[in-house]
Design a protein around this ligand. Structure first.
Ligand code: HSE
Length: 413
């Protein structure tokens, strides 16, 4: 069985390394005499690289080679990954990918193409890096009605938050370290602004609830603007700040999905204690109750581990399809986040603290003020009782003499 890799970046080179390092075991598990990496497609040359001789620049060489039965796409982004993957599926080649944007935006279309051409399109590496989550969700938990999936799905932001809060490292330095470790996206704003986690929760929601959720349907907020004061206020409440992605099935059959930094109570909550580049995903099913998947959510070899596992699966099932499908989405299928009810943590700048306190209590009856040592004299932090998201935002925008500095939900995991 011959293979090709599209894109020789962090993940693609990890796939090549892993295929070579564990070749005998991988071939045995794939039930093949050998899995031979034949081509690596990239626009660049890699002089001196151990796989230099395999690097080509013309995609058609791969497309037109009938001996290449499995293609690993690790280019990332939509273009040209989508055109290449679609062409491979139509040419009867199975494709595996770690490209979450591709699956989140084009997953339905590509799964349809795979079905029509009786090949496989697998994407274990697209969510959670090395954590097995796609297969467990679509196969091991298939007997359950899943009611919610909640996760820390972005390694870079979890790494940055951990460094900032636990090691007092400035944001920019923590981001640079994440980039040096190969965790961050080519454009790190995809990590920092929540888009990467958004793509991943869309994929998990599609698997859990059976219909495509498009990233444009999900409100995504990142970690910019979170300060050490926010972390200290959260700590007072017994919480850690985490960038959570959540998808829930609503009683009316719709789905509610959101990515946002939240205050996660440390007590009784595994997600609160997930640090550094680690990801964790909690799935709640009616039969199994809560299960949590935990591991390295980004990085070269953890992600390559998932991609190579998909290659093995494809090789074992070269004439058969692995079940993994969902229906197309619809605009009304995803409920607006404004309709959710939650408790909110709010930090305000205000001209006059005692007047602001009165305004807050008038607008949010039952709100509890938070105190930390060394707090700025013109800032006020509080937690509301449960309130509709949209109503909280409207009310905060109209509080006289105040400026909203940070709003985060208190997580209900
Ligand atoms: N940039 C991503 C992250 C890589 O930090 O989680 C893994 O998908």
């Amino acid at each position: 069985m011959e293979l090709a890799i599209l894109g020789y970046g962090v993940v693609g080179s990890g796939v090549a390394r892993l295929l070579e390092k564990n070749s005998a075991g991988i071939a045995a598990r794939a039930m093949q005499p050998a899995l031979r990496l034949k081509y690596i497609l990239d626009i660049r040359d890699f002089p001196g690289d151990p796989f230099e001789a395999l690097v080509i620049h013309d995609f058609d060489t791969i497309l037109n080679d009938p001996d290449v039965g499995i293609v690993a796409e690790t280019i990332g982004g939509l273009r040209p990954a989508f055109e290449f993957v679609l062409a491979c599926l139509r040419a009867g080649k199975s494709v595996v990918t770690s490209n979450k944007e591709l699956v989140a935006v084009k997953g339905y279309e590509l799964l349809q193409a795979a079905r029509e051409h009786n090949v496989n399109f697998l994407f274990e590496g697209s969510v959670g890096g090395g954590i097995p989550i796609i297969r467990p969700l679509s196969q091991c938990l298939a007997a359950n009605e899943v009611s919610r999936v909640t996760g820390i799905l972005n390694g870079t932001t979890n790494f940055i938050l951990t460094r900032m809060i636990e090691h007092a490292m400035p944001f920019d330095r923590a981001l640079r370290l994440a980039q040096e470790n190969g965790y961050a996206e080519a454009d790190p704003s995809a990590d920092v602004d929540g888009h990467d986690a958004c793509r991943k929760i869309c994929i998990l929601a599609a698997l859990a609830f059976g219909r495509h959720v498009y990233p444009g349907q999900v409100r995504a907020q990142g970690i910019r603007g979170i300060t050490l004061e926010d972390a200290a206020y959260a700590d007072k409440l017994g919480c850690n700040i985490k960038l959570l992605a959540q998808a829930r099935r609503l009683p009316d059959g719709r789905v509610s999905a959101l990515v946002a930094p939240m205050l996660v109570p440390r007590e009784g909550n595994l997600l609160a204690c997930v640090s550094d580049v680690y990801n964790a995903i909690l799935v709640r099913g009616d039969a199994v109750e809560d299960v949590v998947f935990y591991g390295r959510g980004a990085g070269q070899l953890p992600t390559a581990s998932a991609v190579v596992a998909d290659i093995i699966d494809c090789a074992r099932h070269i004439d058969r399809r692995r079940y993994q499908e969902w229906d197309d989405g619809a605009p009304e299928y995803v409920a607006p986040a404004e309709d959710d009810t939650a408790k909110f943590y709010v930090r305000l700048a205000c001209e006059d603290i005692s007047s602001a306190r009165k305004q807050v209590l008038h607008a949010f009856p039952g709100a509890a003020f938070l105190e930390i040592e060394g707090a700025s004299g013109n800032e006020l932090a509080f937690v509301t009782l449960p309130v509709r998201d949209g109503a909280a935002q409207e009310t905060l925008a109209k509080l006289p003499g105040t400026e909203v500095k940070m709003v985060m939900r208190v997580a209900e995991v």
